[in-house]
Design a protein around this ligand. Structure first.
Ligand code: NAD
Length: 482
């Protein structure tokens, strides 16, 4: 039997096998084949990685570098990413089954994240503070927090890691990354590229394995002062509780149930495209998915007809094929979860007007048809809980006040969108929607330039943009007198 590719931990600049000797299988979500094995880490492996990151933070070339020197390394890394983008994308695509074009574009775009923070590394300025004390002056100084633990999910592994790693490194921190057990390969290979860009060993380390076995060990480790986590709200709350016990800081990017609100004065053809990409891109496996379509009563039936017409010839299939529009669900448990939610919705009284079934005839059968449910009330589970799949719940509303009431009636607050040509209406909605991102007449725009994060149970802290670097810095106030 041919041996499978193996992804070991990457610690202090070298591949390190798991101390348990055990590996986890990694499946290709389209074919269902086990195509690789990933080291099953444990607390001992987490310890080795944190020690390596801590050594790199305290001694050697990394702490001696000026911010400009760190910036130059990050810039070089961006070029190395571009040179290796295709190879990394192939691994990541195999792991999570996203459309190949989508993953390739995401990995290429990652280079720009590192360039942005390369430029920012030497632009974090502190201040001299005029005080009320005579003969003494005070100034602030920003200092890197230390070893950062970065824990990420399977839907966009490298992108979501970069959102944390680029500002953390620009700030002068070192890192231990724990990727999802389902999609670790691309991160392990990415970590090896840091040496090529000139980073000292130990600045970026990877330990792979399960959340409770290796993720918790990182969160609880006394030498880790900050945790950057993206994942589900349940795991996020657990991590927050563990971090709180030791007063560690966190950035948490969690789930969503975002409302996509279409008014009767909107450009309906434009809105249809935004609603479709909002929920069906990445087969709905996206934190910012616009999973609740709030549509004004007066255009409800017309808009649904337009949506159905737009979705008529949508092509499901092999995510590597260039004409495929909807790929498989990334993992078997997630597939079961999405199908389970469609059944729950039907029992709650929702009506399936598109899809609603799995597709056992495609690949290994891990496909859910793009599904549109009408007759949904906002108090149903299908409207309140994150499905993380290609399932759109349609809820009618009367006017702005009704749209705001329904839109904000959720424990989440990651994103929202409004489709209207009325500027006054757009301004009212953007003011009153409780979400970290609000789009007007578009959906999904995100960039390294602009903060992203959640209100309420969608998270704590922001990623991207200039402010994010402060998540990785402590502020010291120095009082000087002669
Ligand atoms: P998950 O919470 O199951 O796992 C995420 C990561 O946390 C994995 O690496 C996992 O091993 C680890 N983990 C799990 N339990 C842990 C624990 N007790 N201690 C430490 N680590 C632990 O999430 P998932 O299923 O991989 O990803 C899907 C979720 O991610 C969705 O809820 C989605 O909304 C969210 N997400 C959020 C954003 C955002 O920016 N807000 C982006 C993408 C995905």
């Amino acid at each position: 039997m041919p041996t499978l590719p193996r992804f070991d931990h990457y610690i202090a600049g070298a591949s390190v096998p798991p101390s348990s000797g055990e590996y986890l299988p990694t499946e290709d979500p389209y074919s269902g084949e086990v195509w690789a094995e990933v080291a099953r880490g444990n607390a001992a492996d987490a310890e080795k990685a944190v020690e390596a990151a801590s050594r790199a933070f305290e001694s050697g070339p990394w702490p001696a570098m000026t911010p400009s020197e760190r910036g130059r390394l990050l810039w070089r890394l961006a070029d190395v990413i571009t040179a290796n983008a295709e190879r990394l994308a192939v691994i990541e695509q195999r792991d999570n089954g996203k459309l190949a074009v989508e993953v390739t574009a995401q990995v290429r775009y990652m280079a720009d994240y590192f360039r942005y923070y390369a430029g920012l590394a030497d632009k974090v300025q502190s201040s001299v503070i005029p005080t009320d004390k005579k003969g003494v002056f005070a100034y602030t100084k920003y200092e890197a927090k230390g070893v950062v633990a970065i824990i990420t999910p399977w839907n966009s592994p490298l992108t979501l890691t970069s959102w944390k790693l680029a500002p953390a490194l620009a700030a002068g921190c070192t890192a231990v990354v724990k990727p999802s057990e389902f999609t670790s390969g691309s991160m392990v290979e990415f970590a090896k590229l840091f040496a090529e860009a000139g980073f000292p060993p130990g600045v970026v380390n990877v330990v792979t394995g399960l959340g409770p076995e290796v993720g918790e060990a990182l969160v609880l480790h006394p030498k880790v002062p900050h945790i950057g986590f993206t994942g589900g709200t349940a795991a996020g709350k657990k991590i927050y509780e563990m971090a709180a016990r030791h007063l560690k800081t966190v950035t948490l990017e969690l789930g969503g149930k975002s409302p996509n609100i279409v008014f009767d004065d909107a450009d309906l053809d434009q809105a249809v495209k935004g609603v479709v990409s909002g929920i069906f891109a990445a087969s709905g496996q996206s934190c910012q998915a616009g999973s609740r379509l709030l549509v004004q009563e007066s255009i409800h039936d017309r808009f649904i007809d337009k949506l159905l017409a737009f979705m008529k010839d949508v092509k499901l299939g092999d995510p590597k094929a260039p004409d495929t529009q909807v790929g498989p669900i990334a993992t078997r448990p997630q597939f079961e979860k999405v199908m389970g939610y469609i059944e729950i919705a039907k029992k709650e009284g929702a009506r399936v007007v598109l899809g609603g079934k799995s597709r056992p005839d495609l690949g290994a059968g891990q496909f859910v048809e793009p599904t549109i449910l009408t007759g949904v009330r906002n108090d149903m589970r299908i409207a309140q809980e994150e499905v993380f799949g290609p399932v759109l719940s349609v809820i009618p509303f009367r006017d702005e006040a009704d749209a705001l009431r329904i839109g904000n009636d959720t424990v989440f607050g990651l994103a929202a969108a409004v489709w209207t040509k009325d500027l006054k209406r757009a301004m009212l909605m953007t003011d009153k929607l409780k979400a970290g991102t609000v789009w007007v007449n578009n959906y999904r725009a995100t960039s390294f330039t602009s903060p992203f994060g959640g209100y309420k149970e969608s998270g704590i802290g922001r990623e991207s943009g200039t402010e994010t670097i402060k998540e990785y810095l402590d502020t010291k106030c120095v009082w000087m007198s002669s």
